[in-house]
Design a protein around this ligand. Structure first.
Ligand SMILES: [Fe+2]
Ligand SMILES: [Fe+2]
Length: 204
């Protein structure tokens, strides 16, 4: 009752999707899925894509303020340097997101990311709850930074997949470049934690 014509069209598209995928056979070819997503049904995914772009754009801009504070609070030169290096990359992430917006004909806009706001609050608590100049603080700072990286990895991985389905090739290229840097930062944080920080915190 009260179903809109758009709903009906969506339903028809999904009927086509399932009709083309007999039981126990391989999933549809990616090209077929892309064709389906080029229909009016793609409007909803496009809207979600833009919402999530605004969300991560806010988050990356917020990190430009949060990361220097984390670097200043860290105890060891190694942790400070790693965070500062990633701060430089984060400036690039903001610029890339602006190019992603432009590639789909939009002005960059922010929408508060409650998840990132919470992760930054948690990082602040970790610093205030640990002793200045302690290695335990660095173990905590690394943990907080890795939570941020994992949130970013999840976001960029999802956005890249959606961009590929909607054939936004320039966006795919830009989002992939940032995703690689987030994954690399996460690996470097793990390596630093396991090289000496965690062990030193254990005996502090
Ligand atoms: Fe980032
Ligand atoms: Fe990051």
């Amino acid at each position: 009752m009260g179903r809109s014509s758009n709903d009906s069209r969506c339903s028809q598209n999904w009927n086509v999707f399932f009709a083309l995928k007999p039981k126990n056979q391989l999933p549809l070819a990616m090209s077929t899925i892309r064709d389906l997503f080029r229909t009016e049904k793609a409007d909803n995914l496009h809207e979600l894509f833009v919402d999530q772009l605004k969300d991560i754009y806010w988050a990356e801009n917020e990190l430009l303020t949060a990361l220097p504070k984390m670097a200043d609070a860290a105890t060891t030169d190694e942790v400070k340097q790693l965070i500062r290096d990633h701060l430089d990359e984060t400036e690039g992430h903001v610029t890339r997101l602006e190019k992603v917006f432009a590639s789909i004909g939009l002005e960059p806009k922010e929408r508060k990311c409650e998840a990132m706001a919470g992760l930054i609050d948690e990082a602040t608590d970790i610093v205030s709850d640990s002793e200045t100049d302690s290695i335990t603080r660095d173990a905590g700072v690394i943990a907080a930074c890795q939570k941020v990286e994992h949130y970013e990895i999840a976001t960029y991985g999802t956005l890249r997949s959606w961009a590929a389905l909607m054939a936004h090739q320039e966006a795919v290229r830009l989002l992939s470049a940032t995703l690689e840097e987030e994954e690399s930062a996460d690996r470097k944080l793990t390596a630093l934690a396991e090289s000496f920080v965690n062990a030193a915190a254990l005996t502090e």
